[in-house]
Design a protein around this ligand. Structure first.
Ligand SMILES: Cc1cc2nc3c(=O)[nH]c(=O)nc-3n(C[C@H](O)[C@H](O)[C@H](O)COP(=O)(O)OP(=O)(O)OC[C@H]3O[C@@H](n4cnc5c(N)ncnc54)[C@H](O)[C@@H]3O)c2cc1C
Length: 418
């Protein structure tokens, strides 16, 4: 049996490990643009110089050989022939497969902004991006980030801690609009501003002005007319799934490659998993990209088991779970916090601990079901809330527990139902 996996990250490596658990002899090849397997989740720390490249490496040198895996690093697949079962690489090599996994993840979405193409404009999706941002930091004075989602906020926080001037531009009125409500969003804004990040929220970017001499960025102009001095522009306003060669080969794709609960595509023996795949989110029931590491690993495992002849299916599939720490404050967002439904009830719990630290819990319920939760400051029991949200179980028996949780455990508590 010839197994080929395209993509050597969370989903691809998880699949390879599952295949090797049951098939030690089959030919297993991973083809990957990346030079080695690393944690994408820490790229902002490499960009800021806080973490070294070696520190984000996830497997020691030689791991692939030890597992009998041919790891073709630094190679890009651009062609797929599902009739003859081959993939073609950028150096014109052809690799044959019996079972194929596409685990190619996503790439940065660059907004269609006048002036966006040119030097010193980056995304943050791979190690080369992180190293390019770090290198730019040697001479650049003003960094501007478009997009205050997870990547934008984490990067802004790390860069400002490293002593760099950072501007953060966001269309919404507050950062992390998918993960936070207005109250916690305002708190997050204050923390970033207090740390020195300059915030430009509620207005879109219009044009990147570049120097006529060397085409380097000079200023980012907002729709409001304001111009922000900018030497380096980083786009963190979304991603696009790497579906190009798969689409050309006739693999059904919308935002991502459509998979079934076994991670199979519409083509026999061609699987997809991780950020590149589109599947139903357990929490909101919508077909979407999940784009978080644990889900990529879970899908990769399912694909690997099925590729090796076993039987596995996706059970829980959600990207709507975010744990983040900004300037030392932890928070976890579970389920849909933005665009909540009018019929949901919002419950707010506030608690101040003996050292003055504030924690906030915001729960949304629909009848006897917990729909989503935002835990700010104190994130204990997140697992309990997550389980209730993804299973959609009746929590009427837990109401006392949920409402009395902080009161019983942590003393002073106020609760209001809005
Ligand atoms: C800065 C940053 C911070 C993040 N923080 C978190 C976090 O805190 N928590 C969390 O859960 N998630 C986080 N994520 C998201 C997480 O990294 C992804 O969900 C996860 O990496 C997805 O894994 P994947 O294997 O599906 O795809 P990816 O990790 O994107 O890997 C895709 C692989 O495919 C390869 N590839 C792509 N195209 C080709 C091609 N044509 N030919 C050959 N190889 C190709 C790439 O080189 C790469 O090896 C973060 C992401 C970023 C960028």
């Amino acid at each position: 049996m010839k197994y080929v996996i395209i993509g050597g990250s969370a989903a691809g490596i998880a699949a390879a490990a599952e295949i090797r658990k049951v098939d030690r002899k089959g030919e297993l090849t991973i083809i990957c643009k990346d030079k080695f397997y690393y944690s994408r989740c820490q790229l902002h720390m490499v960009a800021s110089g806080k973490t070294t490249v070696e520190q984000i490496r996830l497997k020691p040198t030689g791991w692939a050989e030890d597992m009998g895996i041919k790891f073709m690093s630094g190679k890009t697949v651009f062609g797929l022939d599902t009739t003859n079962r081959t993939v073609t690489l950028d150096d014109d090599q052809t690799v044959a497969y019996d079972r194929l996994l596409i685990a190619t993840g996503t790439k940065t979405f660059f907004p269609p902004l006048e002036g966006i193409s040119g030097p010193l404009t980056f995304g943050l999706r791979n190690l080369d991006d992180a190293l390019a941002i770090k290198e730019a930091g040697r001479t650049a004075k003003n960094f501007t980030i478009i997009g205050a989602g997870l990547v934008g906020v984490e990067l802004a926080a790390e860069l400002v801690k490293a002593g760099v001037k950072v501007n953060l531009v966001e269309l919404a009125k507050y950062p992390l609009p998918l993960q936070l409500d207005q109250v916690c969003g305002a708190k997050c804004s204050k923390m970033l501003a207090d740390a020195g990040v300059k915030l430009y929220f509620g207005t879109p970017a219009k044009k990147l002005h570049r120097s006529p001499e060397d085409a380097k960025p000079v200023a980012l102009e907002l729709a409001s007319g304001e111009k922000i001095a900018t030497d380096v522009l980083i786009c963190a306003a979304g991603v696009t799934a790497n579906t190009d060669f798969a689409r050309r080969a006739g693999i059904d794709s919308r935002k991502g490659i459509i998979i079934n609960d076994q991670c199979l595509t519409n083509i026999p023996d061609v699987f997809a998993a991780g950020d590149v795949a589109e599947y139903v989110d357990t929490v909101n029931g919508l077909w979407q990209l999940t784009a978080v590491w644990p889900t990529a690993v879970r899908q990769g495992k399912v694909a690997g088991i099925n590729m090796a002849g076993g039987s596995a299916s996706i059970k829980i599939n959600t990207g709507m779970k975010t744990a983040i720490s900004v300037m030392g404050t932890h928070f976890i967002s579970l389920g849909q916090i933005s665009n909540t439904k009018p019929e949901w009830s919002k419950h707010v719990f506030r608690n101040t601990d003996s050292r003055g630290g504030e924690s906030i819990r915001i729960l949304y319920t629909d009848g006897n079901a917990l729909k989503s939760a935002l835990l700010w400051g104190n994130v204990t029991d997140a697992g309990l809330y997550h389980e209730a949200i993804v299973t959609g179980r009746d929590i009427s028996g837990d109401y006392l527990f949920i409402e009395g949780l902080d009161a019983a455990k942590r003393g002073r508590e106020t609760m209001s139902v809005l």
